[in-house]
Design a protein around this ligand. Structure first.
Ligand SMILES: [Cu+2]
Length: 68
């Protein structure tokens, strides 16, 4: 398992946080995900054999948010 913290831009309310959490929960290989609004971050624990930092970042972007 690996841990990453991504800086997520564009989240403005707890609804956005819930949306990002939902997106992360749907990705196979993610063991746990914590999303915060202030600061806008997603901390993710994942299995690198099943997913990657790029895949996770792109899934968040597809949902309409920015990942640094
Ligand atoms: Cu929102």
């Amino acid at each position: 398992m690996e841990n990453i913290t991504l800086t997520v831009g564009g989240m403005t309310c707890m609804g956005c946080v819930s949306s990002v959490k939902r997106v992360l929960a749907a990705i196979p290989g993610i063991a746990s995900a914590e999303v915060t609004l202030q600061p806008g971050q997603a901390t993710v624990r994942y299995d690198p054999a099943k997913t990657s930092r790029d895949s996770i970042s792109n899934a968040i972007r597809d949902a309409g948010y920015d990942v640094a």
